[in-house]
Design a protein around this ligand. Structure first.
Ligand code: FA5
Length: 351
């Protein structure tokens, strides 16, 4: 008998009996820890205590213990293999899945057509050197209106029917769902010194009576460039290049005068209607005008340049706000904007 307990034969018998009784993966793992565990497995402790055995017995005892260890490891491995084989066999019964059948493919999702169009627009402007950032969808009225020269009582506030947040701050409604991305012109200028060249994509909300080209939730892409010597021709050149990239060489592009309090002068850009090609019919999509408006733009008002702390005698800029759903309509010939948000998979799967 070696120091610390049972003789080798007794130890072997005990270990093998315990292994035979170890039922299940957890019990087998416990058995392994108990007998062969590195820290305090019974056999490990015996091997570690070899130094205490009489010198003349040490070699023989060490050999026997190592043989026992090898035997127990083999037996344990065999039990594990056996358990694995039985698990696989259980799976091949009648109710088991046929592992030889080809897998069922997961239905792959895809990007919404408006998101695809937005990404493409962002990529075009990024190539021209515009940096992207995002602004808040829940916006302060101070940014959405006042900072862009639309004070309370200014008739321009009526241009967009606003969705307000009910919470009162100091007794007043001060927050809203932004009606356009233009407040981010201010945020961009607050953050940096000129030259500034940014785009700001995002959702906007308006209390609209919807029709073929108007939704109550719309996606805009704001653009702003401020530097020394920025001119109207830079704005037109930038927007022409953008429209050519998105719509190709054959489409007609028109600019006409418009009014936005934060630019002077202001313009709108429109593309020829893909449905009626301006044939004078009562087209529902372009309302018989032959044109679909895609963006508002203009030269940043000097007062806004000054409010940002820039010198309007030195710095000038242009800004634009693209309607992304309109761009998507024109690209793919979609006659009604409301298709985008009805979640009809037959429509969405086409893109
Ligand atoms: C604006 O929102 C201005 N902030 C744009 C701007 C930016 C002007 C910078 C000057 C300088 P407007 O309301 O026209 O303007 O909207 C801009 C574009 O958004 C429109 O040309 C149109 O393409 C799109 N849009 C406007 N209202 C809707 C709507 N209800 N549904 C879908 N698209 C819309």
């Amino acid at each position: 008998m070696d120091a610390g307990g049972a003789g080798i034969d007794e130890l072997r018998a005990q270990a093998l009996a315990a292994l035979a009784e170890a039922d299940g993966a957890e019990a087998r793992a416990d058995w392994r820890a108990h007998w062969l565990g590195r820290g305090d497995g019974r056999l490990t402790l015996r091997l570690r205590a070899l130094g205490d055995a009489p010198r003349e017995e040490r070699a023989a005892l060490g050999k026997e213990l190592n043989e026992l260890k090898a035997l127990l490891e083999r037996e344990f491995g065999a039990r594990e293999e056996d358990a694995r084989t039985r698990a696989v066999a259980a799976l091949s019964g009648e109710a088991a899945p046929d592992v030889t059948l080809p897998g069922r493919p997961w239905p792959a999702g895809r990007l919404h057509p408006v998101t695809q169009t937005l990404n493409d627009c962002v990529a075009v402007f990024a190539e021209m050197g515009f940096r992207t950032f995002e602004g808040p969808e829940v916006e302060w009225a101070a940014y959405n209106f006042d900072a862009v020269r639309i004070p309370e009582d200014h008739p321009a506030r009526d241009m967009w029917d606003t969705i307000w947040i009910d919470t009162l701050i100091k007794g007043e409604r001060r927050m809203l769902l932004r009606t356009h991305t233009s407040p981010n012109q201010i945020r961009a200028m607050e953050r940096s010194e000129p030259p500034v060249r940014v785009i700001v994509p995002g959702k906007c909300y308006r209390q609209e009576a919807t029709d073929a080209t108007h939704e109550w939730m719309l996606t805009q892409l704001e653009g702003l460039a401020v530097d020394e010597g920025v001119r109207m021709s830079d704005l037109k050149g930038t927007l022409y290049a953008f429209a050519r990239r998105l719509f190709g060489e054959d489409r007609e592009i028109i600019f006409h005068h418009s009014y936005f309090p934060f630019v002077e002068p202001g313009v709108e850009m429109a593309i020829d209607c893909f449905l009626c090609r301006a044939d004078g019919s009562a087209c529902r999509t372009c309302h018989g005008t032959g044109w679909i408006e895609v963006l508002g733009a203009g030269m940043v008002h000097p007062e806004i340049i000054e409010n940002a702390g820039y010198d309007s005698a030195r710095h000038t800029g242009f800004a634009f706000g693209v309607g992304i759903e309109r761009v998507a309509m024109l690209r793919w010939g979609i006659e009604d904007i409301r298709h985008f948000y009805q979640n009809d998979l037959r429509f969405l799967r086409q893109f």
